[in-house]
Design a protein around this ligand. Structure first.
Ligand SMILES: Cc1ncc(COP(=O)(O)O)c(C=O)c1O
Length: 403
């Protein structure tokens, strides 16, 4: 079937974080209704990593059928669920996963927190590569472990890993885990096999457990190849933990269902104990239905949405090059989160925030939340209709012209 990603979906009345809420400053559990997206002059939300598109039709059908059943008691992942996940990984990425290796958790972020809790003792260290997905920082802090930054190198508008620094930092025996963001949010890199090989060899040589967050692994632009870390060689497979989920791929983040793949039996069993002792062994009845339907029947939708997102990227790149030369777009190889270098605007953190939210009326993610390396940058989510993206860019251009 042909999907229409140009169609605007009315989000009024839907308790969508992206479209209506910001986290409470005092109580982070409480989301507060933000008036920034309502009123006479609402801002456009191009921030949190949701798409503005409905999920594939077979997912909607499967959820409707499940909802109509009416009994919503405790659920468990079925064999059919595991088959759907493992078949997808085999078909899309050439990775044969044994279903025994999988731990189903209510999201990659809770899964990551539990990984740190299991394998890194308080006071020990976890290495990450900023600018990077901000919940990595929180997971490290929340679990009383210490952050080690192996910052990416930004040169000539491109990002790459700093292997010399990685070598030096992983030599510290207190560094127990390295979290790889692959593909990388927010810089949009799809790491090459050679880069992953070098990263993995350095970590393993220094006895550092690699946790590869591959939640964006299906979102790859033409001409690029995503390599799951565990497919590189048998040693990498046995000595790594892979976090995967269809949440970004099929816009299912609210289904709170992710898969943590741990091939090593001893590591897996330790992790499972943590999940159980933290009350995280259960899953969401709708989550398993949605994930199975998406992996089984969502590929056609994915091909189409990828084409749409990629053309949104080229549209953005061209528009900014022509009309907003003060901003530099970091070339993306995948994902739908685009990293914008706004340093030429000459604004500090507060001024940038005020500029985008109050002058341009677009709500993006501030770069500094991804680490100090992101100071002066912004992240824009382009998984929206072309019309929304065009409107956002027009607003930014107008606001800059009025400066
Ligand atoms: C790299 C990365 N990991 C994890 C997540 C979120 O995972 P979940 O919603 O399954 O907790 C995101 C969401 O944007 C992400 O970009």
């Amino acid at each position: 079937m042909k999907y229409n990603f140009d169609k605007t979906i009315n989000m009024t009345g839907i308790p969508s974080l992206k479209w209506g809420f910001t986290h409470g400053k005092k109580n982070p559990m409480k989301v507060e209704q933000s008036d920034i997206f309502s009123g006479d002059d609402p801002a456009l939300p191009l921030w949190v990593a949701d798409m503005d598109f409905p999920s594939p039709q077979p997912v909607i059908d499967a959820l409707q059928a499940r909802a109509e059943h009416g009994v919503y008691g405790y659920a468990y992942p079925t064999n059919s669920y595991y088959d759907a996940v493992t078949d997808w990984m085999q078909k899309r990425h050439g990775w044969r996963i044994d279903k025994e290796w999988m731990c189903v958790v209510p999201g990659v972020v809770p899964g990551l927190n539990m990984l740190i809790r299991t394998f890194v003792a308080p006071g020990e260290r976890v290495l990450i590569q900023p600018p990077v997905y901000h919940p990595f920082f929180h997971a490290i802090k929340n679990n009383h472990t210490e952050l080690v930054s192996n910052s990416l190198i930004y040169e000539n508008g491109q990002y790459r890993m700093d292997f010399e620094d990685l070598e030096e930092k992983t030599r510290d025996p207190a560094v127990k885990m390295a979290i790889l963001c692959s593909p990388h949010n927010p810089v949009g890199r799809i790491w090459s096999k050679e880069e992953l090989l070098r990263f993995g060899e350095i970590c393993l040589r220094n006895d550092v457990l690699v946790v590869s967050d591959e939640i964006h692994g299906d979102l790859v632009f033409q001409g690029n190849v995503f390599t799951p870390f565990a497919t590189i060689n048998e040693e990498f497979l046995q000595k790594s933990i892979i976090c995967t989920a269809p949440s970004k791929t099929f816009n299912l983040a609210g289904m709170k269902t992710a898969n943590i793949v741990i091939p090593d039996e001893r590591l897996r069993s330790e992790y499972q104990k943590t999940l159980v002792s933290n009350g995280l062994s259960g899953i969401m009845a709708f989550g398993i239905v949605a994930v199975e339907a998406a992996y089984r029947h969502g590929e056609e939708w994915l091909e189409q949405v990828l084409e749409y997102i990629e053309s949104n990227f080229y549209f953005l790149e061209e528009y900014i090059a022509q009309h907003i030369p003060q901003i530099r777009v970091i070339s993306a190889e995948g994902t739908y989160l685009i990293w914008l270098d706004c340093r030429q605007l000459g604004m500090d953190r507060e001024q940038l925030k005020r500029f985008f939210e109050e002058e341009a009326r677009v709500f993006l993610n501030e770069g500094h939340i991804f680490g100090s390396e992101g100071e002066g940058f912004q992240r824009i989510n382009i998984a929206c209709t072309r019309a929304t993206l065009a409107e956002a860019l027009t607003r930014i251009k107008k606001a800059i012209n009025q400066m």
